[in-house]
Write a protein that binds this ligand. Structure first.
Ligand code: URA
Length: 245
């Protein structure tokens, strides 16, 4: 038997049938239900508003089982030249090789500039994405910055906050953690995510940025994952890293 996959975890039967691509309109659902071709836990269901949870109930449509799309988590070490937004140019999603139905549900959590490399999470878990991106959660993001010049003492200014332009207005960045690792390299941990924030902070000190790589979000690190490579994480690993219920 083939399995039909749907994108909704629970809801009305007609919504589920739609998310599984089996119907387009509510009227299509009514027709399918009327014909007795939708069986939930062994009984035909005729009401399009019938509430179901495909995780708990067995739904058969034309004798084929419907199952919800499982939550998936991928850790990508993003190479340069790939976009996180859906444009026509090279997109990070090209680096993920999985079933097309599943791929349609996946999206990157947050963004990295085209020339930034490193840790990017790709998932279909909207709640996790929300928890990570919510500004009030102040999720730590750590980057390695390499500059052309030799570092001066002024990088301490990044710790207290520095003024950058955000939407054409001056904005003082929140306190950051800075750790010098080499004469032209340092790590910076920020808890916010303004557009091009690290680049703007580095430029505000008068440095020329050569490379920017994200190595950590929360307690989830990139580890030894090579550039361009992807590792699937299970729910336990993800929940442990972000202490979400
Ligand atoms: N800050 C930047 O400037 N760019 C990124 O891609 C991420 C953080």
């Amino acid at each position: 038997l083939d399995v039909i996959i749907c994108h909704k975890n629970e809801g009305r039967i007609y919504q589920l049938l739609r998310s599984a691509g089996l119907i387009h309109t509510r009227n299509d659902a009514i027709k399918l239900l009327k014909e007795g071709n939708v069986i939930i836990n062994g009984k035909p269901v005729h009401n399009p508003e019938f509430q179901v949870n495909p995780k708990k109930e067995i739904i058969l449509v034309n004798n084929q089982p419907i199952t919800p799309i499982p939550k998936k988590y991928f850790l990508l070490n993003k190479p340069k030249g790939y976009l996180t937004s859906k444009k026509r140019r090279k997109n990070v999603m090209e680096l993920i090789h999985c079933d097309k139905t599943l791929k349609n549900t996946l999206f990157p959590i947050g963004r990295l500039d085209v020339n930034t490399t490193g840790l990017l999470l790709i998932t279909n878990d909207g709640e996790l994405a929300h928890a990570i991106l919510q500004p009030k959660n102040k999720m730590e993001k750590e980057y390695i910055v390499t500059i052309k010049e030799k570092l001066k003492d002024n990088i301490q200014k990044l710790e207290t906050g520095i003024t950058i332009m955000v939407n054409n207005k001056p904005y003082k960045t929140l306190p950051a953690k800075v750790n010098r690792t080499d004469e032209s390299t340092f790590s910076i941990t920020i808890t916010e995510g303004k557009k091009r924030q690290v680049r703007l902070m580095v430029a505000a000190l008068g440095y020329t940025l050569l490379s920017l790589k994200r190595i950590r979000i929360g307690s989830l690190g990139l580890g030894t994952l090579a550039e361009g490579n992807i590792k699937e994480l299970n729910e336990k690993e993800i929940k442990g890293a972000f202490s979400v219920p």
